[in-house]
Every structure is written in structure tokens, then in C-alpha cells.
Design a protein around this ligand. Structure first.
Ligand code: PAF
Length: 284
């Protein structure tokens, strides 16, 4: 596996490569990312190439967020990418991606108003801008994103549709620890007692989905089951939002149907954890 830092090296590698499957990341990689790279390898087969990027994108962090202390673990990340089957890692410094006097960026005006976007203004504009730039640089045929960041995945699909990127987007199921906690680079911020309570996010989502499967469709009922579970099992957590939305449009549902998605964000101290669950995984 090769690692390049400059746009010039990436471009020269890309000219000689055929079909490419791409996994953009911010590093601090864990088993969830390894699954994304393995999925990219599966999609690529033996003919195509797998590229992962490692870039902590300053544009998607708010002024009071964790850009400076976001974990940077390049050596271990490269090892993980190699093990999972990447052919190339693009790990540029900030100056290689953003000109000091840059003046153009992408604004998303609908899907980013809700859920995480409501409490992180500008975050998804930063994500769209960097993903568009990475797509232009890497020129992938396909790209793989995790469903844990469901809103991000929905927005990337919209970006590709609205700006005509010729990239097929794959969403991969969330990878979880044995106790149900969704894998996240931010889990390492949890104190032991917070880590012990954090699996309650997934358990609460499952209890609410069971309630829907049992015949309750009112959002009020499902969300009070969700919040009730969290209040009992995760008293150290502070709920940022608990929502029932349509999984494509991200608009709230008052009455859940098969396209419903339960989504949660919970603060444990400075760590903000997110998770979600589709009510019906067979519904398109
Ligand atoms: O999901 C992430 O790690 C980031 O938001 C992404 C897609 C790599 C853009 O910086």
C-alpha cells in the first residue's frame, strides 16, 4: 500500500489507475472504518483500486468543537488501511487541500437543518465542501460511507445527485462493540462510568423500534420510550435530540411508517455520541 500527501502525487497515481472505490475518513480509525475499507475492497474486486483518505477537515468543526484535540493516529491508521485492503492512502496536510484565500464553498439548504445540523451550524456545509473536493481529486467511481452518520450519508447522496458527481454511493451498516455501542473515534473521550452507560443509546433505539413492531406508531409514544430508557439507563447522558424522521427526507414523522428512522445524539461530558435505527431495514 502506498501513502501520498500531495495532490500532485495523487493525480499522477490516479492517471494510471482504472476504476477506483473510495473511503473518505478523518483518521483515528477503528474497526468501523476497517469494515468500510473491506467493503470498498469487496466492491473493487481484483481489478479496481481502493483509495482511503485521512484528513481532519477544519471546515466541518465549529469554533467550540474538538478540531485541535481530534485524535491523530496516522501510523496505526496506515496499518489498518493496509490490513483492510487499501491500495492507496491520501493523507494531505491542510495547506494541500485549502488555499489560504479560498472563497468558494458548498452550502446545503435543507437536509442539514435538522438532527445534528441543527446543533452544528455549518458542519454539513464543511462536509459537502471537503467531500466534493476529495471526489474531484480522487475521481472515484464508487464511494463507501457508514450508516452511523445517517444524516451525512443522506446529504452526500443529495450532493452527488444535485451536483452530478458520477460516483455510486454505498451505505454500510453500523459496526458495534459487543455491548451494542456504535464504534466511533469519539468513544475514546468517554470516562469509564460514561462508557458503561453509552450502550444505552442502542438499547433505547431497539426498545422504541420493538414498540413500533408491537403496533405503536405515534412519534410521541416512540420518543417517550426512547427518552425513558435513556433516563433510566444513562443518567450521565444529556440528550441533544431524539427524533423520528423519514430516512430519505429527514423530515419528522408524527406517525411512524416503514421509512421511519429513529435518531439520537447524546452528550457524555464533552463527547457527543450519535446513533440511529431504521424501523424497517427492508423498506426502500
Ligand atoms: O465521516 C467522516 O469521517 C467525515 O465527515 C468525512 C466524510 C471524511 C468528511 O470529512
Amino acid at each position: 500500500m502506498k501513502c501520498v500527501e500531495s495532490v500532485a502525487e495523487l493525480r499522477s497515481w490516479r492517471r494510471a489507475a482504472g476504476r477506483v472505490v473510495f473511503v473518505p475518513t478523518m483518521g483515528a480509525l477503528h474497526a468501523g472504518h476497517a469494515a468500510l475499507v473491506r467493503e470498498a475492497r469487496r466492491c473493487a474486486g481484483t481489478e479496481a483500486r481502493v483509495v482511503a483518505s485521512i484528513f481532519v477537515n477544519p471546515l466541518q468543526f465549529g469554533p467550540n468543537e474538538d478540531f485541535d484535540r481530534y485524535p491523530r493516529t496516522l501510523e496505526a491508521d496506515l496499518e489498518l488501511c493496509a490490513q483492510a485492503g487499501a491500495d492507496l492512502v491520501f493523507a494531505p496536510p491542510v495547506r494541500e487541500v485549502y488555499h489560504a484565500d479560498r472563497s468558494i464553498q458548498i452550502l446545503e439548504g435543507s437536509l442539514s437543518r435538522v438532527l445534528c445540523g441543527a446543533s452544528r451550524p455549518g458542519h454539513f456545509d464543511g462536509v459537502c465542501t471537503v467531500v466534493a473536493k476529495l471526489f474531484n481529486l480522487v475521481q472515484p467511481d464508487e464511494a463507501v460511507f457508514g450508516k452511523k452518520d445517517w444524516q451525512q450519508l443522506a446529504i452526500i447522496r443529495r450532493l452527488v445527485r444535485d451536483l452530478d458527481f458520477p460516483v455510486r454511493i454505498h451505505g454500510l451498516d453500523t459496526v458495534r462493540e459487543g455491548d451494542g455501542l456504535a464504534m466511533s473515534s469519539r468513544n475514546r473521550y468517554l470516562a469509564p462510568e460514561e462508557r458503561a452507560q453509552a450502550p444505552a443509546l442502542h438499547a433505547a433505539l431497539r426498545e422504541a423500534r420493538d414498540c413500533w413492531l408491537g403496533g405503536s406508531a405515534s412519534a410521541d409514544t416512540l420518543l417517550s420510550v426512547l427518552r425513558g430508557h435513556l433516563a433510566r439507563s444513562a443518567p450521565l447522558g444529556q440528550v441533544d435530540y431524539a427524533a423520528l424522521v423519514d430516512k430519505h427526507t429527514l423530515q419528522p414523522q408524527a406517525v411512524a411508517d416503514r421509512s421511519g428512522l429513529l435518531a439520537l445524539a447524546v452528550y457524555f461530558g464533552k463527547a457527543r455520541l450519535i446513533d440511529n435505527l431504521e424501523l424497517d431495514t427492508t423498506a426502500e
